[in-house]
Design a protein around this ligand. Structure first.
Ligand code: PBG
Length: 328
């Protein structure tokens, strides 16, 4: 006899595309995707980011066109990050809460043109700070409580401009509660907070810092971003963010932190977001350019894995290309 008797043969459930698709547990939809975009001041500017081929810094008219094209493809959520001229940076990130800064102007115009687009804004000092840190620096230290009013003011400026969701990416203690208070006291009870809950001190942010010229001028971010060896801290951060009023909990980066996504999804009733960051994008792009990996396959596989781990919202620089593929 050449065949063994086996009651269970899992391969029977893989024998046809029809069966495979019927029992497939995880589908990524365009609705799950949130597209991070870089914006800059000026007119008709479109600058490709060297370490992120296919991703650009856009000035106002061009970002409006980009968002319009994405909305037509079903991408409805966007994160905006400002590339601020060095001459506007200072120790206290003054430009971050200037009501007439180009970032708030762009938010205002995007929301006026496309009210249906969900705009997630970034709250952290680093794009505006001459120190390149997410918090206020004094004597080489990153100060926590002194940073909170700056973050609160920044969040308020963004809410006034029409932001739908505020995204504190700075990792100061207590900032979610602080921002929630500022928003509520000013009548913005409907503005949401997507907290960068478990944001790790990661090597994967390199290309993003190129995009914004926001790398720290000294030291690293390890006194505020989390140690990638830890998961218990992520659960603590999640508990605090929930208590402080977060609407979404984010894990960042994504692919190297699927266990963290899973832990947060199991522990919380809030929706979980995950950020497939610049370095994850760059790795895939670089390998694909060399012909070593198939880009489309890797994008599908990584996004599916991130959703399988428990993320319902995925921030990804592949959002537009994914949506274009689904539309074909
Ligand atoms: C900083 C911030 C970073 C990212 C988003 N907000 C980088 C950092 O912490 O230095 C990274 C996003 C990416 O790499 O795609 N507030």
């Amino acid at each position: 006899m050449s065949e063994y008797l086996m009651p269970q043969r899992p391969r029977r459930n893989r024998k046809s595309a029809a069966i495979r698709s019927a029992i497939s547990e995880t589908q990524v939809s365009v609705n799950n995707l949130l597209f991070p975009l870089f914006v800059l001041d000026g007119q008709n500017k479109k600058e490709e980011i060297t370490s992120m081929p296919g991703i650009y810094r856009f000035s106002e008219e061009l970002i409006l066109a980009e968002i319009e094209a994405c909305l037509k493809l079903g991408v409805n959520m966007f994160a905006l990050f400002p590339a601020v001229d060095d001459s506007l940076k200072d120790k206290t990130a003054t430009y971050s809460y200037a009501r007439d800064n180009f970032y708030c102007r762009i938010i205002r115009n995007v929301k006026a043109r496309f009210p249906e687009a969900m705009i997630l804004t970034d709250v952290a000092m680093d794009p505006y700070s001459s120190d390149g840190h997410d918090g206020l620096v004094r004597d080489g230290k990153i100060l926590n409580d002194e940073t909170l009013p700056i973050l609160g003011n920044m969040a308020l400026a963004q809410a006034e401009a029409g932001a739908d969701i505020i995204g504190p990416s700075d990792m100061m203690d207590g900032r979610v509660g602080y921002i929630r208070n500022v928003l509520d006291e000013n009548g913005f009870t409907d503005v949401s907070i997507m907290s960068y809950t478990a944001k790790y001190a990661s090597g994967f942010y390199g290309p993003f810092r190129d995009a914004l010229s926001s790398a720290p001028k000294f030291g690293d971010k390890k006194t505020y971003q989390m140690d990638y060896a830890n998961v218990k801290e992520a659960l603590l951060e999640a508990e605090l963010d929930e208590d402080e009023g977060a609407d979404f909990l984010m894990v960042k980066p994504a692919l190297a932190y699927l266990d963290v996504i899973k832990s947060l999804a199991d522990a919380s009733h809030l929706p979980i977001a995950a950020y497939q960051v610049s370095g994850e994008y760059a790795m895939i792009k670089a390998a694909a350019e060399k012909g070593w990996l198939n880009e489309e396959k890797i994008v599908e596989e990584t996004l599916t894995a991130i959703k399988r781990a428990g993320a319902s919202i995925i921030l990804t620089y592949f959002a537009r290309q994914f949506a274009e593929r689904r539309a074909r």
